[in-house]
Design a protein around this ligand. Structure first.
Ligand code: PLP
Length: 400
């Protein structure tokens, strides 16, 4: 079958809840993917940061195959010999005492919300079912009905109500606005350290620090969603480290499995995570031995290949090269580590056509919102590959 035929099948039999670039990928290795017609592309999106370790990393592949031969699923009704080791390794790597394993990122955000509410009633003493969580405009935390209840993107929300109460929305990057919304019923503030889906929005220096301080002063939990920014993407293990803070709850996913399998987690210390009692929360697949073995290998690759340092070095280099590109269309190039956004001027005609032009020339990227090209390659990318890509970006950013 050729690409056209695959696309026709998908359009006919599958829900149209995405608008993908029309590239039909057949295999991948490292930073490169290959389509069914044998064309090669540089993956400049890496599945929204899930592929930080690169496609089909041999160490993670080996762990997956090895574990799949032994046991894949026990359910949490029984124990397995991978989950305890993953818990310990996560704790040693992140500095949080405990973790709770789920599958998708959205599930772990939901888990963090439940944990914050439980803390609100059992520890803070908020009256039952009165707890409020403050979130930011432009947020992206996933697609469940609860999470889209506090989305500000009409596309994600309209026609999907009724909505979950208990969330207050405040502008992003405005710590004082958070302070003004806090009441005795405030359980937590939930935010992204950089808003990826909103177009790689980097808050001004001091924002996270101020929010953390406001939370601490008011006995409010700070939940940081590091699903996209975490595990090295921004040149630190967690993006919140750029401001020297330590959130109460951290949510991770995506790169936690190096793109092999959905694994997500909530991290917190014992006084918080210890609040969950048997039966109160769970997931059939959450914490399964296959996912745990994959996550252990994915974390090992981040450590052994020093991907955090790599993201910082390669990110600085790529950002510098991109900033030098003369283009009539570019409004701003911004980024931290290897999470970079090229914001186009409103009159440039939208980012989509630039992504399509990049695809023609062998680079896969994706527009985020109308006017931003998101650039987030696997963290294993090297200088020669960046040097190969930059002239192509320069050419595309100068098409009329
Ligand atoms: C991708 C993402 C999510 C949702 O993760 P899923 O695995 O798609 O449910 C939540 N928050 C952020 C910041 C994300 O980037």
């Amino acid at each position: 079958m050729n690409a056209k035929e695959y696309i026709a099948l998908e359009d006919r039999y599958g829900a149209h809840n995405y608008h993908p670039l029309d590239v039909v990928i057949e295999r991948a290795q490292g930073v490169w993917v290959y389509d069914v017609e044998g064309r090669r592309y540089l993956d400049f999106l890496s599945a929204y940061s899930a592929l930080s370790q690169g496609h089909v990393h041999p160490v993670i592949l080996e762990a997956l195959i090895e574990q799949a031969r032994r046991v894949t699923l026990t359910s949490r009704a029984f124990r397995n010999d991978q989950l305890p080791l993953l818990y310990k390794e996560l704790s040693e790597m992140t500095g949080y005492e405990m973790a709770l394993l789920m599958n998708s990122g959205a599930e772990s955000v939901e888990t963090a919300i439940k944990l914050a509410r439980k803390w609100a009633y059992q520890v803070k003493g908020i009256s039952r079912h009165q707890a409020e969580i403050i979130v930011c405009a432009g947020n992206f935390h996933g697609r469940t009905t609860t999470i889209i209840s506090f989305s500000t993107e009409p596309l994600y929300r309209d026609d999907f109500g009724p909505f979950m109460p208990g969330f207050l929305i405040t502008p992003y990057a405005d710590a004082e606005a958070i302070a003004r919304l806090i009441t005795p019923n405030t359980a937590a503030v939930l935010l992204e350290p950089i808003q990826g889906e909103a177009g790689v929005v980097i808050p001004p220096k001091g924002y996270l620090k101020n929010v953390a301080e406001i939370c601490r002063r008011n006995n409010v939990l700070l939940i940081v969603d590091e699903i996209q920014t975490g595990l090295g993407r921004t040149g630190k293990l967690f993006a919140y480290e750029h401001e020297g803070i330590r959130p109460d709850i951290v949510v991770i996913g995506k790169a936690l499995s190096g793109g092999f399998y959905p694994v997500s987690a909530v991290l917190a210390d014992r006084p918080l995570m210890g609040l969950f009692q048997p039966g109160e929360h769970g997931s059939t697949f959450g914490g399964n031995p296959l996912g745990a073995a994959v996550a252990r290998a994915a974390l090992r690759v981040i450590r052994e290949e020093q991907l955090v340092d790599r993201a910082r070095e390669m990110g600085a280099y790529l950002l510098e090269r991109l900033a030098e590109i003369p283009s009539p269309h570019v409004k701003e190039v911004r980024g931290r580590g290897l999470l970079i956004g090229i914001e186009l001027k409103p009159e440039a005609g939208g980012a989509r056509r630039f992504c399509e032009a990049l695809q023609q020339r062998g680079i896969l990227s994706k527009e985020t919102h109308e006017n931003v090209i998101r650039i987030a390659p696997p963290l294993i990318i090297d200088k020669p590959t960046i040097d190969w890509a930059v002239p192509i970006l320069q050419e595309v950013l100068n098409v009329r």
